[in-house]
Structure formats: structure tokens, C-alpha cells
Design a protein around this ligand. Structure first.
Ligand code: BGC
Length: 709
């Protein structure tokens, strides 16, 4: 491959090279233009979208015959026959829509996240896509930010899980295999800390916290072999990320060893002028390519300016060649030179298969988090009439979440449909909103399932909420039902943590169902009726109110030491408790798990600290438990967080059964970036905790750990 790449580069004109470094957007009206460019050997890549938000809106149906026609022009008619690579945002599903990434992370389940990514990739690969702009790896603890739905929450370890599993699912071990795509770890770097949750606002990070919180997921993606990385819009430490050589070259390429190519975000090179680091496009092009951006997304700034930038000595031809080399490498690895065309005879049934829908249901079940249950759940199927009501009772589109362009609402099962299927049509009534007739016919049922939440339109890119409280009207829905003496089960469909404090008193149970995708209504109903015992745990803190934001469990220690504000109502907040409403790692089950027999030893042979315990299922249901292991580095050369999740185990335990769980912490697990950016392990005392959440701790012991290798 290396030789072939060098041969191609040796034959390419500068225009052909710049073509490889440019991604153009495709719409019907641009077909001819794209074909012409392909034929001239000047079209490197297409984004199958007509706007940066295309994956979140309805869009033109992609026609494989048209994509093949452009490809034919590139492969069969152009001078060097270099194929075009088609990218698209397949974020949480193509036809079969999976729970949003934040929800997928609530499964704490490598296999499920990997399988979801594999299904997405497989479906998309039949629909004209070679490359997806996923996974999104921004770390975020601000639910006001609409894009929190796309990420894996506030924890670096869960970020790494999501990164590895997604890259493996999307790319497999060999991207050229049928059904596989190139992945893109985005947005490098720091975007998740947009000030005030305002999308695309500047992000304030110290190098120390950036490395310890935002970098680990990208490191995991690079280690997993991610083919591409997208630079982010935000400014960071005085530089837009698109122009930051420090982040894109020094850290990403040199420190992490990334060998794929970097693409800019939509129009981001052009926008360097708006960000005030350049006055003209030529300077912007030079800044971005010299920083380490290899491919320019849609704005054509590279194509139109790099030639003159080279003439003026602002950009070297070696840097251009290096970028082309990286792009061609991914095209070879994808097998595009051997198999450039899509099969045009694929039927919709071959794309959205029953197995795929079943997988979406499984992921959705595992992602849902039971926040409250006074014993009312699970309900018995068909025993009594149940009313499903509220604004999301019959809703379908919102359940698919923000990036669902390939999904169709007619494929989605609503909550009312899911409940009807299990409880029987004769024992289920549903009302789409809090309609008056619902209250009039209230004699029909004493159990109300109230479907609440938020629209997908107020989540995702370009959205910010200044107030995350659930609307008063929705709270009133539950309140009114409760005041009428009903049993109230709230099922909440949302993309971000919402303020639920004033809702809770009116509910006997609350099931957090997320924007859970195509099979979400079925999954929620199966949990309500006990066909599935809930096991999801929160990957992000749920604040009591908007004023608590930002809030995260793994905050830096302060003068209160380990008496963290997250747990203690200190002087930190006088007009509300300072504790969150639901903590990171929290989630109920229908059964009870009892932890015992804490053990600790340093296994010198394998050079790991082994922490163990037994977990017994003492309740009435079989179930999954996620056991969490937290660590605090008692004294270090830099201030460390009050606690950090370092390991977890998800285990299935039948009722009455016991499982031994062993967490194995390596030297790497206990290392951190010091204030000079060195990756260090500092032997010493660590407080080790095992718990059911970051707050519900069963054991806490202080141990000396020194690992050699
Ligand atoms: C988003 C990216 C996305 C790109 C292409 C941008 O506006 O920030 O996440 O991949 O558009 O659609």
C-alpha cells in the first residue's frame, strides 16, 4: 500500500492533490458539477448532506445510482482513478435508530455499544456511506448544551468505553470488510465545555484538566485504530482548535501516535476569520493545514487558496503530500480501490432487519434508568386497565432523538403502542396529551402512565436550554393525576438531564427512557411490566436545578477535602441542597444486591492491584448489576478529583445467586497527566471504594499501592 500511495503522489498535480483534501457537499442540483470534478480527478470526498444539520433534519433520499455515477467518473474516467470517499453523520442509527449516545453509555456495556455501532455501520454501508462522523467523544457536564445527547457524559472512563466500543463496531478489525465504515473521533478538542452550554462558544480548559478529562477518550479511540479525527469549532487557549498545531500535531499525532487523517468541521477553516486569527482565506488555509487539518470540510478554502499559499511559502508541498498520503491510506484501508461501488439492488428489508430492531430494543432496555420506585413497578400484565397519557404517550418522532435523518417515524413504537401490546387493547387506554376527556374518563383506570419529556428539536447541534426544568404543564399532568388518587408512573423521554425535583413528589415511579430510538416504546413497556429488569445507570449527574450547573461527581478537591460538595450540603449553596438530584452511577433495579467480602491485594506477577467483592442478589428478580470502583489519590503532585471511576463490572445474577467480582487496576489506570503534561504514576495511598453509584458506597478502604511496570 505504501508504495502505491507514493506512486500516486508522484503522479498527482497540485489540483488533484487539493481535490483529495477537499470534501464537497452533495445535493441533487450539484450532481453534474460533482461528476465533472470527479472526472478531472479533483473530487476527493463527498458529505452526503445539504447542511451541517442534515443528519438532524429530513433530507433528500440518497440515491445509490447517483453515487455510483460519480464514483464511476472518479474511478473509470479520471487520470489516476482514485475513488471518492462518502461521509455522513450516522450518529445513533441509520434506518434502525438506536438510543442517543448518552443513553447508550447508560448501559455501561461494551458489547451493546459495539453492536449498536456495528448495526449502524452495516445499514449505512448499504446506503451510500463509507465513513461516519462518529463517535462523538466530547466530555460534558453541562446539560444546557444541546449536544450533550451525542456524547458519553462526564466521565473519562465511560468516554473510553464508548470510544473503543464504537470504533470497534464501526470499523471492526478490517474496514474493507462488507458492512464496515471508517470512523471519525470528534470533536478534537474541548468542545464539550462550551461556555454556558452555548453551542460553539469558547471552551475554557487548563492543559491539566484537558489532558486528564477530555483527552482519554481520544487516546482510547486512537489506540482502537480510529481512521479519522474531526477538529472542533471551539477556541481553546487562545486558538481555534482548527488552527491549533499544539493540539492537532503535538498532542494528537506526536503524543497519541494518530496515523489517520484529520478533517475540519463544517466550514471551520472559513470561519477562522470570524474567530479573529486570520484576515483572509489564504491565511486560514495555511493556519489549518499547518496545524494538522488534512481535509477541509465543504468550504473549499484549501482548494482555492493553498496553491498561492505554497507560492508565498506559507505552506510546504511536503505538508500537502503528507495530508494526501493520510487520506489515500484510509481509502486503501477501506478497500475503496478494489470495491468502489454500492450494490443498487438492496431492498429496505435487507437494511432494517428484524435482528437490527431486536438489537435496538435490547440496547434501549439496558439504557433505561429507573430513578424512583415505591414498589408499584413492575405492573402485572393484563391485570387492570392502565391509562397512558401525557404529551409523549403517542409520540414517535421525538423518541428517535436528534440525529435520526435515516429513521422513519412509522417504524417507531410509541409508549402507548408498547403498553397496549403487553397489557392488551381491552385494558389500555391512551390519550396523546393531558386532554380533558382523559380526566373525565378517569374512572376507567387507577394507574396512569404519564409520558413526559422534551422534543428532539431542542436537543442536538445549535441548541441550548437556559433552563432545564421540566415544563410546569408536564409536572401538572402528574400532579393532577396524583391528586385524583391515581398511581402515577412517569416515563420520561429526553436527551439531557432535566430538572425533576418538583415532579418527583407526584410520582410513584419514574423511568428515565431517554430518546431511545425505534424500539423505545417496546423497551419501556417491557420494563414497566417486568419482562426486563432495569439496569441502566446514569453516565451524567442529574442536577436539582439549572443553577447547580456545571456539576459533576469527579470534581477537583477543594478546602473541604474529600467532603465533596456533591454530597454535602455545606455553605456552598444556601438556597438549595448542594447535592444533585440523582448522582452519577445511580440507577435502581427491581431486585436487591448485597455487597460483601471486600478484598485487596497487589498481584505482583501481573503487576495489578486486585480489588474484589461478592455480590448477592437477595431480591425477587433475576437482574443485571453494575458494580462501580472509584479511586481517590490521597496525596499527589497535583490536586486530584475527589474520586474517579477506575473500573466497573456489569454482571447478571439470578435471584438468590452470588457473583465474585474482581476489579484489576493497572499502573495505567492509576496514572494521570501531571501539570507539565507527563503521564505519571505516583505510588502512595489511594482510597478505594466499591459501590452501586458514586454515592452509594459499600466499601471504602485506604491502601498503599506501588506498581512497577
Ligand atoms: C457538526 C459535526 C458534523 C458536521 C457534518 C457540524 O456542524 O459539528 O459534528 O459531523 O457538521 O455534518
Amino acid at each position: 500500500m505504501k508504495e502505491k500511495i507514493e506512486q500516486l503522489i508522484a503522479q498527482m498535480t497540485l489540483d488533484e492533490k487539493l481535490g483529495q483534501l477537499t470534501q464537497e457537499f452533495l445535493t441533487d442540483s450539484r450532481m453534474e458539477e460533482m461528476e465533472e470534478k470527479a472526472e478531472k480527478g479533483e473530487l476527493g470526498s463527498l458529505i452526503l448532506a445539504n447542511s451541517a444539520m442534515a443528519g438532524a433534519n429530513e433530507q433528500e433520499k440518497l440515491q445509490l445510482s447517483k453515487l455510483n455515477k460519480i464514483q464511476r467518473a472518479a474511478v473509470e474516467k479520471s487520470r489516476l482513478g482514485i475513488p471518492v470517499i462518502n461521509g455522513r453523520d450516522i450518529i445513533h442509527g441509520s434506518r434502525t435508530v438506536f438510543p442517543i449516545p448518552l443513553a447508550q453509555t447508560a448501559t455501561w456495556d461494551y458489547e451493546l455499544i459495539r453492536d449498536a455501532a456495528a448495526v449502524m455501520a452495516e445499514e449505512a454501508s448499504k446506503e451510500g456511506v463509507h465513513w461516519t462522523f462518529a463517535p462523538m467523544l466530547d466530555v460534558c457536564c453541562d446539560p444546557r448544551w444541546g449536544r450533550i445527547i451525542e456524547c458519553s457524559g462526564e466521565d473519562p472512563l465511560l468516554g473510553c468505553l464508548f470510544a473503543k466500543a464504537s470504533v470497534q463496531g464501526i470499523q471492526g478489525n478490517d474496514m474493507s470488510k462488507p458492512g464496515k465504515l471508517a470512523a471519525c473521533a470528534k470533536h478534537f478538542i474541548g468542545y464539550g465545555a462550551s461556555s454556558g452550554g452555548r453551542d460553539k462558544d469558547a471552551a475554557e480548559w487548563s492543559d491539566y484538566s484537558l489532558r486528564n478529562r477530555a483527552l482519554p477518550a481520544f487516546r482510547a479511540a486512537v489506540d482502537a485504530g480510529v481512521a479519522t479525527v474531526m477538529s472542533s469549532f471551539n477556541e481553546i487557549s487562545g486558538q481555534p482548535a482548527t488552527a491549533s498545531k499544539y493540539h492537532l500535531t503535538d498532542i494528537l499525532r506526536h503524543e497519541l501516535g494518530f496515523e489517520g487523517f484529520v478533517i475540519s468541521d463544517w466550514d471551520a477553516v472559513l470561519r477562522l476569520k470570524c474567530q479573529g486569527v486570520s484576515e483572509d482565506d489564504e491565511t486560514s488555509a495555511a493556519l489549518a493545514i499547518n496545524a494538522g487539518v488534512d481535509m477541509d470540510m465543504v468550504d473549499c478554502v484549501y482548494k482555492n487558496n493553498i496553491k498561492s499559499a505554497i507560492e508565498k511559502g506559507l505552506v510546504s508541498i511536503e505538508r500537502v503530500n503528507d495530508a494526501v498520503r493520510r487520506v489515500l491510506k484510509v481509502k486503501f484501508e477501506l478497500g475503496l480501490f478494489e470495491n468502489p461501488y454500492f450494490d443498487e439492488d438492496v431492498s429496505p428489508q435487507q437494511i432494517m432487519t428484524c435482528e437490527n430492531i431486536q438489537k435496538a430494543k435490547e440496547v434501549s432496555e439496558h439504557s433505561m434508568v429507573l430513578l424512583k420506585n415505591n414498589g408499584i413497578l413492575p405492573l402485572k400484565k393484563g391485570e387492570k386497565t392502565v391509562a397512558v397519557m401525557g404529551p409523549y404517550a403517542e409520540e414517535k418522532e421525538a423518541l428517535m432523538g436528534s440525529w435520526h435523518a435515516g429513521g422513519r417515524k412509522e417504524d417507531v413504537v410509541s409508549l402507548a403502542e408498547g403498553v397496549t401490546a403487553l397489557n392488551g387493547a381491552d385494558k389500555t387506554v391512551s390519550y396523546p396529551c393531558c386532554a380533558e376527556d382523559m380526566w373525565i374518563h378517569s374512572g376507567l383506570s387507577d394507574t396512569y402512565i404519564v409520558a413526559l419529556g422534551e422534543s428532539h428539536h431542542i436537543t442536538g447541534e445549535g441548541t441550548t436550554m437556559v433552563n432545564i426544568e421540566l415544563s410546569a404543564g408536564q409536572i401538572d399532568c402528574a400532579k393532577r393525576a396524583k391528586e385524583m388518587g391515581k398511581k402515577v408512573i412517569a416515563v420520561i423521554f429526553a436527551g439531557r438531564p432535566l430538572g425533576l425535583e418538583s415532579l418527583l413528589p407526584w410520582c410513584d415511579a419514574v423511568l428515565w427512557a431517554w430518546h431511545g430510538g425505534t424500539a423505545c416504546g417496546t423497551a419501556a413497556a417491557e420494563i414497566i411490566f417486568g419482562d426486563f429488569n432495569p439496569c441502566g445507570k446514569l453516565p451524567v449527574t442529574f442536577p436539582r436545578s439549572t443553577g447547580q450547573i456545571p456539576i459533576q461527581y469527579n470534581h477537583q478537591r477543594n478546602e473541604l477535602g474529600l467532603r465533596w460538595y456533591y454530597e454535602q450540603a455545606h455553605y456552598v449553596a444556601r438556597n438549595t441542597a448542594s447535592t444533585p438530584l440523582f448522582e452519577f452511577g445511580y440507577g435502581l433495579s427491581y431486585t436487591e444486591f448485597e455487597y460483601s467480602d471486600f478484598g485487596f491485594r497487589v498481584n505482583e506477577k501481573e503487576n495489578v492491584a486486585e480489588i474484589s467483592c461478592k455480590i448477592r442478589n437477595t431480591g425477587e428478580f433475576d437482574g443485571w448489576e453494575i458494580a462501580e470502583c472509584y479511586v481517590n489519590d490521597v496525596v499527589a503532585s497535583a490536586a486530584r478529583p475527589v474520586k474517579e471511576l477506575k473500573a466497573f463490572e456489569k454482571v447478571f445474577i439470578p435471584k438468590g445467586g452470588t457473583k465474585d467480582v474482581v476489579f484489576r487496576l493497572t499502573k495505567n489506570d492509576l496514572s494521570f497527566y501531571d501539570i507539565r503534561g507527563n503521564w505519571v504514576f505516583e505510588p502512595g495511598d489511594f482510597v478505594i471504594e466499591i459501590g452501586k453509584s458514586c454515592k452509594d458506597i459499600c466499601f471504602a478502604e485506604r491502601k498503599y499501592i506501588s506498581l512497577k511496570r
